[in-house]
Design a protein around this ligand. Structure first.
Ligand SMILES: NC(=O)c1ccc[n+]([C@@H]2O[C@H](COP(=O)([O-])OP(=O)(O)OC[C@H]3O[C@@H](n4cnc5c(N)ncnc54)[C@H](O)[C@@H]3O)[C@@H](O)[C@H]2O)c1
Length: 246
């Protein structure tokens, strides 16, 4: 198993279902965790639940769509724990909307959180990254395939994939940058989709089930670990085969 003792994780959208699993795993593996989310009370309560002593986990408010929030939170991470060894961008919003009546604001909000927010956090992290640090951006299967009623989300996630590869070129050889693309992972984000097409989507999934948040967390931990020391500019699908099955 990987040992993250003495290292620091910076995680956005940290009060989400997948993000909590990532935080728990990194914390259990010894990392200090800077957990940020738009939901400040939620993320602070989660940090406290993870680490009641407050020694290795802190919760901060960060609106992913606001560049100064990224700057402030990364500076706070550096001040509290020193250099940052792993950055995972997990803040995301997934809202149903057909293109024909999507408003400018709906388009902009999705791009601001799902794409521009990744840029803001990565850019703010660069000065504080340790040698050998790793960034993992959470994209989505939608970023590869497109997604009915989620064109804004799919466009943003597709751009996260190409942004991650471009950043991997810029930060090599000092820092590795990868992305992961979850498929259907159990949690509130996919409940509307499951209500509409759950049985059909599970039937199309060769492994015949939803993914669990912990199964995403393990891939993220692998990519941040030395076991992935020669992996950069990659994206890893985590979808039980849904991508090839549908
Ligand atoms: N759940 C899935 O099946 C699935 C599939 C593919 C990709 N993803 C991606 O995985 C990531 C985590 O998803 P999840 O299932 O944990 O989602 P979730 O809805 O459980 O959590 C999302 C978190 O992001 C936070 N957030 C929303 N807007 C924000 C903003 N402006 N700034 C900062 N934080 C904000 C929310 O408060 C929440 O804590 C997202 O990027 C999502 O797009 C999820």
């Amino acid at each position: 198993m990987f040992d993250f003792a003495g290292s620091t994780l910076f995680l956005t959208g940290a009060n989400g279902t997948i993000s909590r699993a990532i935080a728990r795993l990194f914390f259990d593996l010894g990392a200090s965790c800077v957990l940020t989310d738009l939901d400040e009370p939620g993320v602070k309560a989660f940090a406290h639940e993870l680490d009641p002593a407050g020694e290795r986990a802190i919760g901060l408010r960060q609106d992913a769509a606001v560049s100064t929030d990224a700057d402030r939170c990364l500076a706070a991470a550096k001040e509290r724990f020193g250099a940052v060894d792993a950055v995972v961008t997990s803040a995301g919003i997934y809202r149903d909307q057909m293109v024909h009546d999507m408003t400018d604001e709906q388009w902009r909000q999705s791009l601001d959180v799902n794409l521009t927010g990744v840029f803001y956090t990565c850019r703010a992290a660069i000065p504080y990254l340790s040698d050998g640090a790793a960034i993992v951006n959470i994209a989505s299967m939608a970023g590869h395939k497109g997604s009915y009623m989620h064109s804004h989300y799919a466009a943003a996630k597709g751009a996260v994939l190409t942004f991650s590869r471009s950043l991997a070129l810029e930060l090599a050889p000092r820092v590795r940058v990868n992305a992961v693309s979850p498929g259907l992972i159990d949690g509130p984000m996919v409940q509307p989709l499951l209500r509409a097409r759950g049985p059909q989507l599970i039937e199309q999934t060769p492994l015949k089930r939803l993914g669990q948040p912990e199964e995403v967390a393990r891939v993220v931990a692998f990519l941040c670990s030395d076991w992935a020391s020669f992996v950069t500019g990659e994206s890893v699908h985590i979808n039980g085969g849904l991508y090839i099955g549908s």
